[in-house]
Design a protein around this ligand. Sequence first.
Ligand code: MN
Ligand code: MN
Length: 318
Amino acid sequence: MSDTFFQPISGFELPRFAGVPTFMRLPHVPHGHERYKDVQIGLIGVPWDSGTTNRPGPRHGPRQLRDASTMLRAQHGVSGMRPFEAARCADLGDVGPNPADIMDSMERITAFYNQVMDAGIVPLTAGGDHLTSLPVLRAVARSGPVGMVHFDSHTDLFNSYFGGTMYTHGTPFRRAVEEGLLDPKRVVQIGIRGTMYDEEDRDFAKANGIRLILIEEFHARGVEDVMAEAREIAGTGPTYVSYDIDFVDPTFAPGTGTPEVGGPNSFQALQVCRELAGLNIVGADMVEVSPPFDQSGGTAFLGMSIMYEILCVMAAQV
Ligand code: MN
Ligand code: MN
């Protein structure tokens, strides 16, 4: 049953280039708002990139993603799904990080998401670099480990950087396994490729039962077959979806800090999301969109289009 308060502003009501940009033109419902308790799926910005080890910029992601999201319309072009009628969705605003302090920022992010969880809202996050997923998981998985379907060129399973720095965008899922936030046997990482420092991350995956689907296997088997296995691995339990935009080939998504060639095209980038249908999704994120490297704005538009695909799957299950 649709609630008119939670409908996005139509482009026929106010042209899509006009107005204050919220995610998908949804109402802005911050914590404390009288309708906060009615939200089912909350879109949240985490403008933070203090975990970035090379080319920075994802702190500017949420603003650019909101702007790009004004291009979207209310109905899915293939399935006919109307996500804003299936679920009450809202823009919950941004988490304010402390850009000079990683630990303080992570505490702020977890505190924000604990409020979201307390209200029974399923979060759909726009990062932020990939370290963002760790403080989000500390809230989402607070009552027990979750499974994860992870799209990325990289495993983000390294132990440390620069001789002992434990919290970077290359380490979030190692920490999440150690902290008992992820059940490694229910984790699948898809699209892994690129040159490497060493095999430390892959050794950790193997030792803990995390399934890596390298890009050669992805291309050889195709989207449907790979995603059928991903659904089997994640199973019926609570599952987090983490989507690093560098999963997509840099031809289609150049606006990111650590691009790797030979990846999926923009159509496959959407297809994998449609194949998430049936999973018990307790949260999802789109990370590593870096506007300073996104000269055309096309990476942000793809990132937001991917978020819309994921939202359609989430809205069908709430
Ligand atoms: Mn990543
Ligand atoms: Mn990556």
